[in-house]
Design a protein around this ligand. Structure first.
Ligand code: UT7
Length: 337
């Protein structure tokens, strides 16, 4: 390989509306569903999340991604014309057709790029980053824009207290650039895996070509997300820990060599259980689930952007990204920042 890939800019954007646990308690109470601020905080570690006003064009999925991408471009010192490739990780696209990638290209005016969506749910940003890296290594792309963006709120069942408390809307973006293969600050290792046998743990029954949304199905909320939370919790803790240990072992490293662990932000208790298994102090783990909930493909790029901008992540540090999501999908990336 003549080339390697490196993140040179990051950005993120969220809708304005902050929804606290107390707001959720009131919202569910209107449908006669009981929950409490204490339960949500204790079982998830989430205080609040952002929810898009989907009637506001500025808060659509690709509009949040547009703001995030502008910030990432600015940090990288690039303009939309420099982008060769747009990879948009989402499971809540603006429209079934065209892709959110094409909506974003249109909004940015990135005329030279080709764009597509990647649906790997919460692992999507890692799948996008790995795909960009391979095109860059092959010499076909010099500058890629990888986005993780979600507006999940319209497909949440606001009468299912087990799932609606967890999720939020938002977008994160990263500019990935081609660098010489002997550069030390680059993506060093990646690992992707899916297990379609576990599809039933997190899915949306209707709205795809298998099942049109009819009035009857609409009434049964078949177009809304269904989740087996407890089962996912167990798989998540095991696979996040296994993927992290494997990444370190394959690179002759231990957790002591790691500066930052960046797990998918689904539930603070999942993150803490993985930290326990890895014997990694929480000080080395990036967390934003407390303020934004689970934003699916957007969790990793948004939490990464936050720590990049406030100076916690420094040049030359070792960073491990690690995710799981509906599918189920899994992925990890080890990089020197
Ligand atoms: O991006 C990835 C996608 N999803 C995930 O990663 C989800 C992973 N799973 C989780 O985060 C957790 O399993 C949940 C937060 C979904 C649930 O927490 P839990 O500690 O696993 O609770 P549980 O499912 O074991 O439920 C315990 C009890 C049940 O009542 P009973 O059966 O003990 O009487 C639930 O019905 O808590 C009840 N419960 C609630 N009570 C108050 C479930 N949701 C709520 C609620 N408020 N919102």
């Amino acid at each position: 390989m003549n080339f390697a890939a490196k993140i040179t800019g990051t950005g993120s954007a969220f809708p304005k509306n902050r929804v606290s646990n107390s707001d959720i308690v009131k919202k569910l109470a209107k449908s006669g569903i009981e929950t409490s601020e204490e339960w949500i905080l204790e079982r998830t570690g989430i205080y609040e999340r952002r929810i898009s006003d989907v009637e506001n064009p500025k808060e659509q999925n690709s509009s949040l991604a547009f703001s995030a991408a502008q910030k990432a471009l600015e940090m990288a010192g690039k303009s939309p014309e420099d982008i060769d490739q747009i990879l948009y990780a989402t499971c809540s696209p603006d429209t079934p057709l065209p892709s959110s990638g094409c909506w974003l290209q249109h909004k940015l005016g990135a005329h030279r790029a080709w764009a597509m969506d990647i649906n790997a749910a919460c692992s999507g940003f890692i799948y996008g980053l790995v795909t960009a890296e391979k095109f860059i290594q092959a010499g076909q792309v010099k500058t890629a824009l990888v986005v993780g963006g979600e507006v999940l709120s319209p497909i949440l069942n606001w009468e299912d207290r087990n799932s609606c408390i967890l999720f939020g809307d938002g977008a994160g973006a990263a500019i990935i650039e081609q660098i010489p293969s002997d550069s030390s600050r680059r993506i060093l290792y990646s690992h992707l895996l899916s297990d379609g046998n576990l599809w039933e743990l997190l899915y949306v029954p209707a709205g795809g070509s298998n099942m049109e949304v009819t009035p009857e199905r609409y009434a049964k909320k078949l177009h809304k997300l269904r989740m087996k939370g407890k089962e996912i919790f167990k798989v998540a803790v095991k696979t996040l820990a296994d993927f992290a240990l494997q990444a370190l072992k394959k690179n002759q490293m231990t957790t002591d060599d790691l500066d930052w662990f960046v797990p998918h932000q689904a539930n603070r208790r999942i993150i803490e259980a993985v930290a326990d298994r890895l014997e990694l102090p929480m000080e080395k783990i990036l967390v934003n689930v407390d303020r934004f909930g689970n934003t699916s493909a957007a969790t990793i790029p948004t939490v990464l952007d936050e720590a990049n901008r406030d100076g916690r992540i420094k040049e030359g540090q070792m960073v491990l990204l690690d995710a799981f999501g509906a599918g189920l999908t899994y992925g990890s990336i080890l990089m020197r920042w």
